[in-house]
Ligand binder design. Structure first.
Ligand code: ATP
Length: 482
């Protein structure tokens, strides 16, 4: 099996594990689900919460130069006029004459390939040229994006022809108040960033902070994506973790480099393997209208490399655009240098759901043991939804009392689960599958003889016996070892 196929099979297994173990479910499943919308279950919500909390800790709480906010999803429609979203936040949409299926024009590639019998032209859907090439087994003679194709009959991946592109705005519309007309139209925000720009003065004046400083927030964003998919990678409702760092125009490049490295280190710190991460600098033709330079942090997902975060130098574009349309001066007076300027902005923009997916993909692992294939999530302990499972060997009054005691001690310090159902082997397997780093097992000897318990390590399956008064110390040591 090729590596690529193996990895795709891995994604299917992850999706099924996610459903089985309460990590992620299809939304409204009893009604057949809603396309590319997902719900986090009891285990998934803890993982996502941990990822968001760790981001907040690193990007906000541990620093004295970043302030958090929590802005509303609905904003004044002029926000989207000034930011350029009303005019240009769109994807080119093309439609197949045969099936009516819609594609993003920039995701279609025309390939001339040499098969065993002939040369032929086919169209293929892929996120980039490299992926298109990987999807075809025959020898490729040429490959061009549909956008650059001069052929009048654009073939579709479904066998028909593709329509001319039309621009499709990705913002979801709704109405404020009882009348549904253009004067009451508002949008579900397509990014969290704009709230930081329109609150720049509020934060500056209330914090009395000097530049450089940042404003950060986490929250839902909505995009009516043409081709969502690959589990939670591209969805229509998702969460972002974004920070706008306001700095002097003289320092922008230094801060841009700083935040790229900071972001990369963040993913590594919480366990993503270095070989699965890459910094990708945008080509100049890829840059959005507001950006002077952008770099992505990409992760090697089971299907291909995909973006986790973009760190952009947004210059003074947004503050100037909002100043102009609102009539409010959003410039900054630098007292030290007696200089007024509009700050430049460096923006690390990360997806919470995509990051969770990357942490899950990176942690997913299968191991052959003597009896079976062991599936486990090797999650970093800080991301693991349950840190410790307390498992009495069997259901028995004495064991239960002793085990409950241990559980109460641990649960006040770590997220701990008590489980006394089924065989111990099955319980270990269940904890491995949700990434619990440590299991504490209590047996009759614990209660009747030595007041000691067994700690089992998720990754090595090694078991050590410790006396209950040394339990906390041993747990701290073990957790540090992951
Ligand atoms: P893409 O190129 O994948 O469409 P983007 O460059 O438009 O993403 P940004 O606007 O830079 O994305 O948003 C910042 C981050 O938000 C992305 O790196 C990604 O992690 C996340 N994100 C964006 N769109 C989606 C989506 N539809 N579903 C899930 N996460 C998303």
């Amino acid at each position: 099996m090729s590596k690529n196929n193996y990895r795709l099979e891995e994604l299917e297994k992850l999706v099924s594990l996610a459903k089985r173990r309460g990590i992620i479910f299809p939304s409204s499943e009893i009604y057949g689900g809603l396309s590319s919308v997902w719900d986090y279950g009891p285990i998934g919500v803890e993982i996502k919460r941990n990822v968001k909390n760790l981001w907040w800790k690193s990007f906000v709480s541990e620093r004295d130069d970043i302030f958090g906010i929590d802005a509303s999803i609905l904003m004044h429609p002029d926000v989207w006029k000034a930011s350029g979203h009303l005019e240009s936040f769109s994807d080119p949409l093309v439609e197949c004459s045969l099936t009516g299926k819609r594609y993003r024009e920039d995701h279609i590639f025309i390939l001339e390939i040499e098969t065993k019998k002939e040369n032929k032209i086919i169209a293929i859907e892929a996120s980039d040229k490299n992926e298109a090439e990987k999807l075809v087994k025959e020898k490729i003679i040429s490959i061009i994006p549909l956008i650059e194709s001069e052929s009048k009959e654009n073939p579709s991946p479904d066998g028909g022809t593709l329509s001319d592109p039309r621009n499709f705005n990705l913002m979801f519309k709704t109405f404020i108040g009882p009348v549904e007309d253009s004067s009451s139209t508002v949008y579900l925000r397509p990014e969290t960033a704009q709230a930081m720009f329109v609150n720049f003065l509020n934060v500056l004046n209330s914090s009395r902070k000097k530049i450089p400083f940042g404003i950060a927030q986490q929250g839902k964003s909505f995009r009516n994506e043409i081709t969502p998919g690959n589990f939670t990678f591209r969805t229509r409702e998702f969460e972002q973790m974004e920070m706008e760092f306001f700095c002097s125009p003289d320092d922008d490049e230094k801060w841009h480099d700083y935040w790229i490295q900071f972001s990369l280190d963040w993913f590594k710190k919480y366990g993503i393997r270095e070989e699965n991460l890459m910094i990708r600098k945008h080509e100049s033709e890829e840059l959005p209208h507001y950006s002077k330079a952008s770099s992505d942090i990409d992760y090697l997902f089971p299907w291909s490399w995909g973006e986790l975060e973009t760190i952009s130098n947004r210059t003074d574009y947004d503050l100037k655009a909002h100043s102009e349309l609102s009539g409010k001066d959003l410039s900054y007076f630098d007292q030290e240098n007696n200089k007024r300027f509009t700050p430049y902005v460096i923006e690390p923009a990360m997806g919470a759901d995509r990051s969770v997916l990357a942490f899950l993909c990176d942690a997913y692992c299968e191991e052959e043991t003597e009896k079976e294939t062991r599936t486990l999530l090797k999650l970093h302990p800080e991301i693991a939804p349950i840190k410790i499972a307390v498992l009495p060997l069997s259901r028995n009054e004495k064991l239960s009392e002793y085990s409950r005691n241990i559980f109460d001690r641990l649960n006040s310090l770590y997220t701990t689960q008590y489980d006394d159902t089924q065989s111990i082997g099955r319980r270990y397997r269940r904890q491995d599958e949700v990434g619990t780093p440590l299991c504490v097992t209590i047996d009759f000897e614990s209660v009747e003889e030595d007041d000691s318990v067994t700690i089992r390590n998720r990754d090595t399956m090694e078991q050590i016996r410790v006396s209950s008064d040394k339990l906390l110390e041993a747990i701290n040591d073990q957790l540090k070892s992951f």
